[in-house]
Design a protein around this ligand. Structure first.
Ligand code: GLN
Length: 535
């Protein structure tokens, strides 16, 4: 079948969950047997979100092939169980970079380079790129931002052009809006949706389907009203009511017939009913926990939920696998010290120390790790969390006063974490870390080996600093074990304390590969250990 394209735009407000709607639609189409992928086009000028603070757009998600991407790609992978790639996240920065490089090479000699057609041509080329691989029946493109933003205009204009350039029945556009409930009036309000669709139509894009986020049900009259004012078929106004879990949204969308409506607007009138049994089984476990557990997430971006998105989702998956509700308590590492650590962590049955960069909140992380180590509380450290576990062990077990990572203290007398050799030559900041998936060989008999139940695993990375091998023999003599290494370089990727009930830390990020149907083994075992500790 000829590849079909679905575009998802948003209006009225940001944070309506376009990514979840796109991923839910993709899930339904995939469950019907279509080969589907999703890509995200972000209007900002950064080449990728790798250089952004998580406070800006939330977590930076890392793909198997080492792209630093928008966190929505995490949702795509979790919903679909597929790997996305560099090609699945495009930014205005990437588009301009390509066009300007071509201009310097002389590709447009003699001509003025303009937004239309040069920028829009490059946007369209990338919008169609994944479809041209022949690997997908349907490519869904989510356009970041809200319609009407100055920055989104070239993307909307590109969709307009594609509406005419692509063969008939091969493009469908969905517009996601908010239908707010005004408590004082006791009413749902459709006007913002009408305005948003009008704005889209002024740009020449005519949505086939409108999905309305709302807290309350949309009755038939309201749907009819929106259909009439927005020029869409009455049946194509879809309600997306707030759901208890994001993983419920595909089922809600199926209930509303979103997948059928998209297929019909793409000229596909028959396909098998979607098989959602695995998702339903997961939701059943999720909504019937037999117990609950308190776990501390120690980090410095705790004010923003999205900053640790993949970790939070991994706990949802691991909780369901253990039939347990995981209550994640954010502990601000900047406000954690020896005097208050007992008060803040005393009730926790597991402590996770999060990834991160820079000096802020670092000493609080070390304090949390010391507490976990000395109080036999299950501990799991990720990336910076592992690096700080090494620092803590060096300082408090080996008595190496002032041991540190050279990231924050280049003059430390004991650089137990130091910059990777190939990083020393790099001066550029964007996309230059050790990124993406690498093999890791686990030592037989270790905790890591028991958790994964295999010798070679493949997990994703995002870091510049590493365990300094010079200190390994001393540390091993004192009871720390390096249980996972990169088979090519020998880089230490996993450390653990065999004498402790559960103390493990990884240089890689297992959270990026956790899905509801295939939860990350380290999270599942960490929650299991925390449950045992509770008993
Ligand atoms: N800042 C550390 C490094 O660059 C850890 C990075 C992380 O936690 N992702 O190595």
């Amino acid at each position: 079948m000829e590849t079909k394209y679905v575009f998802v735009t948003g209006g009225v407000a940001s944070s309506l969950g376009k990514g979840i709607i796109a991923a839910s639609l993709a899930k339904l189409l995939q469950a019907r047997g279509f080969r589907v992928t999703i890509q995200k086009f972000d209007p900002y000028i950064n080449i990728d979100p790798g250089t952004l603070n998580p406070y800006e757009h939330g977590e930076c998600y890392v793909t198997e092939d080492g792209a630093e991407t928008d966190l929505d790609l995490g949702h795509y992978e979790r919903f679909l169980g597929i790997h996305t790639s560099k090609a699945n996240n495009v930014t205005t920065g990437k588009i301009y970079n390509t066009v300007i490089t071509k201009e310097r090479e002389g590709a447009y000699l003699g001509r003025t380079v303009q937004i239309v057609p040069h920028i829009t041509d490059e946007i369209k080329r990338r919008m169609l790129l994944l479809g041209q691989t022949g690997e997908y029946d349907i490519v869904i493109t989510e356009v970041g931002g809200t319609v009407g933003d100055m920055e989104s205009q070239p993307f909307v204009e590109s969709i307009r052009q594609l509406q005419w350039e692509l063969p008939e029945d091969s493009i469908c556009t969905i517009h996601l809006t908010l239908v707010p409930y005004l408590a004082a009036a006791g009413e749902l309000k459709t006007k913002p949706t009408q305005h948003s669709v009008q704005m889209l139509q002024q740009s020449g894009v005519h949505p086939d389907i409108i999905v309305c986020r709302s807290e309350k049900e949309l009755n038939a009259d309201l749907r009819m009203k929106m259909a009439r004012f927005c020029n869409v078929k009455a049946g194509n106004v879809i309600e997306s009511i707030d759901a208890k879990s994001i993983y419920q949204v595909p089922l809600n969308m199926k209930e509303e017939g979103l997948d059928k409506k998209v297929l019909s607007s793409l000229g596909i009138n028959w396909s098998p009913e979607p098989d959602l049994s695995a998702l339903k089984a997961f939701l059943d476990r999720l909504s019937h926990p037999e117990t609950s557990i308190d776990i501390a997430l120690v980090g410095k971006y705790v004010e923003l939920q999205d900053a640790y998105k993949s970790i939070l989702e991994s706990f949802v998956h691991a909780g369901a696998a253990n039939k347990c509700k995981v209550n994640v308590h954010y502990i601000h590492s900047e406000h954690l010290d020896a005097a208050n650590v007992e008060e803040k962590l005393g009730k926790m049955r597991g402590i996770l120390v999060a990834p991160g960069f820079g000096e802020r909140g670092l000493e609080g992380k070390v304090e949390a790790i010391k507490y976990a180590r000395t109080h036999a509380v299950p501990f799991f450290g990720i990336c910076l969390g592992m690096q700080m576990a090494v620092v803590e062990f060096a300082r408090n077990v080996l008595n190496l006063k002032g041991a540190a990572s050279t990231e924050v203290n280049p003059d430390t007398p004991y650089p137990v974490i130091s910059m990777m050799e190939d990083q020393k030559k790099t001066t550029l900041k964007g996309g230059t870390m050790r990124l993406g998936a690498y093999d890791c060989k686990l030592e037989e008999g270790s905790l890591a080996y028991r958790i994964y139940d295999k010798e070679t695993i493949r997990e994703r990375h995002r870091h510049r600093y590493e365990f300094n091998e010079e200190y390994l023999s001393k540390m091993e003599a004192a009871g720390l074990k390096a249980s996972g290494r990169n088979p090519q370089t020998g880089l230490v990727e996993v450390i653990e304390l065999p004498e402790h009930p559960f103390f493990i830390a990884t240089q890689f990020h297992p959270e990026y590969k956790s899905t509801p149907e295939s939860p990350a083994p380290l999270f599942v075992s960490f929650v299991e250990a925390a449950l045992k500790c509770q008993k």
